[in-house]
Design a binder for this molecule. Sequence first.
Ligand code: ATP
Length: 257
Amino acid sequence: MISISKFSKTFGRGTPNEVAALNSVDIDIKTAEFVSLIGSNGSGKSTLLNAIAGSFLGDAGKIIIDNVDVTSWQEYKRAKFLGRVFQNPYLGTASSMTIAENLQLAYLRGQPKQFRIGLTQHQRKHLQERIAEFGMGLENRMDTPIGLLSGGQRQALTLLMATLHRPKILLLDEHTAALDPASAEQVLYMTEKIIAIYGLTALMVTHSMEQAVGFGNRLIMMNQGKVAWDVSNDEKYCLTADDLVTKFRDMHVQISL
Ligand SMILES: Nc1ncnc2c1ncn2[C@@H]1O[C@H](COP(=O)(O)OP(=O)(O)OP(=O)(O)O)[C@@H](O)[C@H]1O
């Protein structure tokens, strides 16, 4: 599904701020794999997601999505493959618009202009049912402006909007980091459910070792712009959060030697 080969990106080349954010990265991700992406600050996790989304073009290497070479594609052209949720719950939804209006925007996105008139009663009911699955009571607040919702409620909506059209790839960049534990748990539960039901290929950046071991069927640890560790399936399911902390420590020792 996603094939990244020898992909490199250096920011600020030739300046005192030069950073090799991605350094000849090779990753192959199969359809419906759910990858937890971990690594210390500045190790290149967000840059990897941005590279897949086409937020910038690389200096070298290739990115192939669903057998299509998208290496030179701009972000808007890749958007049809992708759903994204960021850490900040205030991104991704329009504050002054109601829940129904935000959902309508997401629902009608990509439809031919002549069909972008509004939601039918049937569509509205379908969206209400989808939103009810989050267990936050939002289905009864369809006409409430999003600006009045909590961060957790907004993030639930952002996740729903990002996946309404079943993107091939879901990119989650610390999407529960700003939420309280109960909201984070609910949004994560729904994330896992949506990924499984739709068979999405997903990458989730997290700094929570519990989340990293508890979610996904593959775990990738980045270090200094490279893949430092890559474990899947049974090997991943046997991991504990303590194992990851030990791995982080070992790596840190290796770096400082
Ligand atoms: N647009 C940019 N311009 C300049 N430098 C950048 C840019 N984006 C990322 N970097 C640099 O690239 C490196 C990797 O950043 P990135 O955000 O990918 O790290 P990260 O692993 O996601 O870190 P964190 O866990 O702190 O979010 C960092 O040194 C960062 O400062």
